[in-house]
Design a protein around this ligand. Sequence first.
Ligand code: S3P
Length: 444
Amino acid sequence: MEATAGASLHGNLVVPGDKSIAHRAIMVAALAHGKSLIRGLPDGQDVARTIDSIRKLGIEVTSVSDSQAHPGDISIEGGRDRMHSPLDPLDMGNSGTGMRLMAGLLSGFPWTVTLVGDESLSKRPMDRIAIPLGMMGAAITGHGGVGSKCHAPLTVVGGNLHGIDYTLPQPSAQVKAAILFAGISAEGTTTVREATATRKHTEEIFKIAGIPISISGDPPGERPDSIYSVSVEAGDPSPFSIDIPGDPSQAAFFVVAATIIPESEAYIGPIYLGRDRSGFLEVLKRMGADLSIDAGEDGVIPLGYVRITYSQLNSTTISPSEVASLVDEVPILAIAAALAKGVSVFQGLGELRVKESNRLEGTAELVNSFGGDAHVEDDNLIINGTGSLRGGKVDARGDHRVAMAATVAALAATSGEQSIISGYQAISSSYPGFVSDMSSMLGE
Ligand code: S3P
């Protein structure tokens, strides 16, 4: 993919539906006896794999064809009694969320199911779910064995689960979700505790589908010793309808692009605006970005619009407790930091080493490929804002978020300079329409 710097962004943009919410809505709808309606699914491969896998479990998924229907609108005729053990392994492609949540869901059924993924997913740690799901009575095995970085292909032997009380050793909404999905098939109470807030989409979708959950504790981060906990009991969800809000992680590429490319002005939304996903907006405000938020109506799912205008940014420090709220936005925030005045320090990024690629090293390389100045020290990323970027050559290494952040860096480079980004096909996992949406904002 080639990009030339120079044009600014203008106009309104509706980004694709939120991927995290979509996975959860599809899986909960599969378990709910009756017809659920999900509108606004994103069209990337990750969510398509989750839809394929519930089909392989015997669930009927149909495209909605009413007068207001869009391509991302589906209905799901769900129910445990309709589900059966799949004939083939379930292929979760590139999606860590798909694989981990599906392992939790399958743990509740007395079947032996294999989950496979692509090369990148097969390198990602699965111990983090194999251990707690094992404590609940399921057996999750993979390459490497439990306790020594078990990897996909995973075999899930489920059934006869009992609740556990589990404190997450690392902040991970995927692990919380895997345990809660197993919890709705387990005898007794299942409780997950976390010291650092992670996204609450499982809790939100469970509420929408009428699964009783109880939440206690201060919101994590309010006090240094606060612990948030969420508990579920066994029970089936009810069918539900949902409009998936726009994905803030995809919006982030346009928000940052409009902030760092002179003369830009953009209005993006509706996007999900819960505080556990909005860390990037807080960081940009702190850096001096000219952005304002129009919050939508208060509901189970908080959403709203972001208005953004070009402005000069200052450096910032991101603390370890903020990372979960912007975990997927680090590559694009690093591009903003590279163009800011002063030295920015992003602390506590260890979890980025086990994303779709080693995103900690990859982000430093990304900034440096465009003439910036970034390096990694332990789990911290240090970016010396050089105030300008040059055209660059970068390999996204199969990581969709690195590819999209590289595009924004290429567009924000010195006017007229050309960049080449290889490995661009990675964006098909989450945002196949990214280039066309970006081109329309650039007036091309
Ligand atoms: C996700 C949680 C995050 C995030 C991922 C989606 C989710 O991962 O990076 O893109 O949907 O729960 P972790 O929970 O592993 O931090």
